[in-house]
Design a protein around this ligand. Structure first.
Ligand code: ADP
Ligand code: MG
Length: 621
């Protein structure tokens, strides 16, 4: 074989995905074989503890790694599992202790549900603090509820009755099994629409809500999914210890170590938390045995955390992966410059969009969107001050007004990105101003942003599949990045001409490309009404023409638009009716002709020198 032929082989061998799978397989086999090959109890103990942390960290990778909510309550779920098993086993001495393990999982899940109701209202640092407070709260309960928990004296579990030769095996192998289940759960969630939704929440929660992602439900599922198996693992851990007490079981260090394992290994990876646990826990043992434990241990963990944050912010696994990718692609040109496609035709779209025959339209069309006396003040600034407007069904309605007149804020109120102070919003005959942003999206409202808000760390395709047209439990479990969802998304990307970019990260796109992807993303909702905030702003003239072509075509198939735009020829050539906003209220509405001739509008906004008919005087900004 020539060198030229063997090079690709070598590159494939270095493919991080296959290499990773190979290493995981070997490590898994070694893990399973270890107790049979060696009866060194010291190392078996170390592995058992590492497994407990690996379960806790892998669970954490759902709520913290995927959804971006930093939780320090993992230690509490380990403790709850341990105590559930401990309490039940001491009260029912004749029942096999293993039967209580699923109950430990259920307890953890239920408590996560209750905690979730409280904690999920907070975000950022306040969420972290609530989870820490919760850990201390359950510890205090365990200390004071002596009749059940035994108080500070703790609880002694039944001594295992099985053969001393295999003393650790049942603990060891059940933890391996629980870890496998947790990894399977994490792996599966990452692939579903739920998983894409969680990453969307991590990247930009407000934007996620406008794409129909049901924030409380998705965060709650993530929180429960990150605690149930941790509870089961905690149950096994408690049984393994045979003695549990509140200070040992509800220990903040358990939470901190799980978090550290997640950060060291790589919070956004499947195997990172496992690798991290098998690094952090042995280090912990070493510090305890050889460095005197206590403060040395804290110093060690603190130092490790600083090193990770400074040098490997993504964690060990992602660092290795990018190194391998660099080796693999070294000497080759980067991505072959993908180009914006010519775009497909709407008629060839099969799945996603409901297209309407406009011949059946009624005349005059009923209002699709009606905004009445909408108000929003930021402190003393009345950004939207009694704005009222109607968007007739099937129209391309324009919304113009000077900078700062409240156009973007009006959009924010319509889709509840910002909550209105007062006024009414009606969509297709239904009052929607009390509905959540995701319900508004499900009712048929889609919206793009003036400054695009794609999920930067997702690929273009993932960005489009992140949109959720409706809420159903079944849809959450649907696989997102392959199958029918992905096919619909690819068709829409083809339509806007961005299919060849499907695997690129959104952050690598130009502004104009982002505008196109955001349009595809919103179309994934199959909205009745699409709000576009400056679709022609900041993009080149060719794209502007493409954009207006697509708007026209989508409109001819029944989509209604409300468009904010500064490019006057664009608006006046495309939109009818046009509303004019000034200082937060609608000062005029009418056909483009009427608007251009309205002396008040010309005075306030268009300027004396504005003449649409003269192509050379498109100077209005
Ligand atoms: P437009 O889109 O018409 O240019 P905006 O709706 O963005 O105008 O802004 C209207 C006014 O409200 C501006 O004076 C702006 O500074 C203010 N504003 C907008 N959003 C906020 C906010 N989140 N907090 C405070 N002031 C805001
Ligand atoms: Mg604006």
């Amino acid at each position: 074989m020539s060198a030229a032929e063997s090079a690709p082989e070598a590159r494939r061998a270095l493919d991080p995905i296959w290499l990773g799978r190979g290493i995981a397989l070997v490590a898994g086999v070694l893990l399973v074989l270890y107790p049979m090959l060696s009866d060194n109890l010291y190392y078996q103990n170390m592995i058992i503890l590492s497994l407990v942390f690996a379960i806790a960290a892998s669970g954490l990778s759902i709520i913290t790694g995927l959804a971006g909510y930093v939780s320090l309550s993992q230690g509490a779920f380990v403790g709850l599992g341990g105590y559930t098993v401990g309490v039940l086993a001491t009260h029912h001495p004749d029942t096999n202790v293993w039967l209580w393990m699923p109950v430990a999982g259920v307890t953890a899940g239920l408590v996560a549900l209750i905690l979730g109701f409280v904690a999920m209202r907070a975000s950022g640092p306040s969420f972290v603090i609530i989870t820490v407070a919760f850990l201390f709260l359950v510890q205090v309960i365990a200390i004071n509820w002596r009749s059940v928990s035994g108080g500070t004296e703790g609880l002694s579990l039944p001594i295992p009755t099985w053969d001393a030769d295999i003393a650790n095996w049942p603990f060891y192998y059940s933890l391996v099994g629980i870890l496998a289940l947790q990894l399977l759960l994490t792996w599966w969630i990452r692939r579903t629409k739920l998983g894409t939704g969680l990453v969307a929440i991590r990247d930009d929660e407000t934007k996620a809500a406008t794409l129909g992602i049901n924030l409380p439900v998705e965060k709650m599922i993530a929180f429960i999914a990150s605690s149930v198996l941790v509870g089961v693992g905690g149950g096994v851990y408690g049984y393994y210890l045979t003695f549990i007490d509140p200070r040992g079981m509800f220990n903040i260090l358990l939470s901190v170590e799980a978090m550290l394992a997640l950060l060291v290994g790589g919070k956004a990876t499947l195997w990172g938390p496992v690798l991290g646990a098998f690094i952090v826990e042995p280090l912990n043992e070493y510090a305890n045995n050889n460095l005197g434990g206590g403060n040395t241990r804290l110093l060690l963990f603190g130092g490790l955390l600083v090193l990770i944050v400074l040098f490997l912010p993504q964690g060990v696994l992602p660092a290795i992966e990018s190194l391998l990718n660099w080796v693999r692609t070294r000497g080759r040109a980067g991505l072959v410059g993908a180009r914006i496609g010519t775009g497909g035709s709407l008629a060839s779209l099969t799945g996603r969009l409901s297209l309407v025959d406009r011949a059946a339209a009624v005349d005059p069309p009923p209002p699709l969107l009606e905004v009445k006396d909408l108000r929003k003040a930021f402190g003393g600034l009345k950004a939207v001050d009694g704005a009222s407007l109607v968007v007739p069904e099937g129209s391309i309605t324009g919304l113009i007004g000077p900078n700062g007149s409240g156009k973007t804020t009006l959009f924010n109120l319509i889709d509840d990105t910002i909550h209105a102070d007062g006024g009414e919003i009606w969509l297709a005959g239904e009052r929607i101003d009390r509905l959540s942003p995701w319900t508004r999206a499900h009712r048929g409202l889609g919206r793009t942003f003036q400054i695009t808000r794609l999920f930067r760390e997702m690929t273009v395709l993932e960005n489009v599949v992140a949109a959720q047209r409706s809420f159903s439990w079944g849809q959450l479990g649907r696989i997102a990045v392959s199958g029918s969802e992905a096919r619909a998304a690819e068709e829409l990307l083809e339509y806007v001409g961005m299919r060849s970019f499907r695997d690129q990260k959104a952050r690598a796109l130009s502004f104009g490309q982002q505008k196109l992807v955001e349009l595809a993303q919103v179309l994934m909702l199959d909205p009745k009404l699409i709000l576009l905030d400056e679709p022609a702003g900041g993009i080149n003239p060719v794209l502007i023409d493409r954009m207006s072509g697509m708007i026209r075509e989508l409109n001819s198939y029944g989509k209604t638009f409300l468009i904010v735009e500064h490019n006057m020829p664009f608006v006046l050539g495309l939109c009818d009716p046009v509303h004019v906003l000034a200082r937060g209220h609608t000062m005029a509405s009418g056909t483009p002709d009427q608007i251009q001739k309205d002396p008040a509008v010309v005075d306030a906004y268009l300027g004396d020198d504005f003449v649409l008919e003269d192509e050379h005087e498109r100077t209005v900004r």
